[in-house]
Write a new protein. Structure first.
Length: 211
């Protein structure tokens, strides 16, 4: 069951990458930072999967993914919010988060080589904050990337909670850990479905808007 969820999520991620890349290069409608985020996500997910298959330690890749995801989604939201003051808030918050994480990694480089719950929490909550800011703007503005923003909020919050719970249940039964992984795989699949639906609504041939 969990393998089906995981590989279905990867397949949808690849489909989304192809569709958003097509929309960017052929139609010039898709946001470049979001397209780069999909590309980065696909490369990282496949790399981690291969390393896991060949029994290499891939925990450091999780930290690279978390930081890279934070940077690209922050730049994505900085590019679509309208007010210059909000753009500055997003970028300065990103710089601050990177500075904090850099200090942590500098003080103890081993934090970069293992499952870093602090980095995951900081990065996820920062992205959620930016998504909520954009969602607030959409109450009075055109609803650009509406479904993606909803998906980002629920996926980042849900995934972070599951990571926190999973970290607390490391000493408990394998069934509980398996349930946590399965729920996270399900959330990722739903996340990709929302991204696909956004493309259909906003970027398919009959439904373009200016990104």
């Amino acid at each position: 069951m969990i393998d089906f969820l995981i590989y279905s999520g990867y397949l949808l991620l690849l489909i989304n990458l192809i569709l958003y890349t097509y929309s960017f290069f052929r139609k010039e409608k898709s946001n470049i930072f979001f397209m780069c985020y999909l590309l980065f996500s696909f490369i990282m997910q496949i790399t981690m999967e291969f390393m896991y298959y060949f029994r290499f330690d891939n925990l450091f890749l999780i930290n690279i993914f978390v930081v890279g995801q934070m940077i690209l989604l922050s730049l994505f939201y900085a590019s679509i919010v309208k007010l210059e003051s909000q753009k500055r808030i997003v970028k300065r918050s990103l710089y601050c988060a990177l500075f904090i994480l850099s200090i942590q990694f500098f003080i103890d480089y081993r934090q970069f080589l293992k499952f870093n719950l602090f980095a995951i929490t900081i990065a996820s909550l920062l992205i959620v904050a930016f998504a909520l800011l954009h969602f607030y703007n959409m109450l009075t503005e055109h609803k650009s990337y509406y479904y993606i923003t909803i998906a980002v909020i629920f996926f980042m919050l849900g995934s972070t909670i599951l990571y926190l719970v999973g970290n607390l249940t490391l000493s408990l039964s394998d069934d509980l850990k398996y349930l946590s992984w399965k729920l996270n795989a399900f959330l990722f699949l739903v996340y990709q479905l929302f991204i696909l639906y956004e493309w259909k609504i906003s970027f398919s041939q009959k439904n373009f808007y200016s990104a």
